[in-house]
Design a protein around this ligand. Structure first.
Ligand SMILES: [Fe+2]
Length: 134
């Protein structure tokens, strides 16, 4: 199982986004721990549902920040969020039908988080730092 720890590379330099990312990563870690401990399927499904809801909330939060500062990469960034939610919902359905093991979902979400924060969200953080007039 991969090591799910906070890394300073995940920081995008925006207080609220960074703090939401920490909550998001903590949730992934909790799920990973429960998967390793072989917790019951219902409990893990509820944690995955919590992760989806938190992702939805967090994406809205980021997108509203983008709108506030008139971010030129809004459409592209929002599309990345939508793709993740679609893929994640699809993976959960595959897990329910027994076609996909849980650890592959956890690994996918963590790798997505690591890649998305260090590239896509970091560009947003830099833009806000340079352009925020408030
Ligand atoms: Fe994002």
């Amino acid at each position: 199982m991969i090591n799910i720890d906070w890394d300073t590379n995940f920081e995008v330099g925006h207080e609220r986004i960074d703090s939401e990312h920490r909550v998001f990563l903590n949730l992934i870690r909790t799920i990973s721990t429960e998967v390793e401990a072989n917790s019951n399927k219902e409990r893990i499904l509820r944690l995955l549902a919590e992760l989806v809801k938190y992702a939805e909330f967090h994406f809205l939060s980021e997108e509203n920040e983008m709108l506030r500062v008139d971010y030129p990469g809004y459409d592209e960034h929002r599309h990345e969020h939508e793709k993740l939610l679609t893929k994640f919902t699809d993976m959960m359905a595959q897990f329910r039908s027994g076609a996909l093991p849980l650890d592959s979902i956890v690994e996918f979400v963590f790798l997505w988080f690591a890649l998305h924060t260090t590239q896509v969200d970091k560009r947003l953080g830099e833009y806000i730092q340079q352009n925020d007039k408030l």
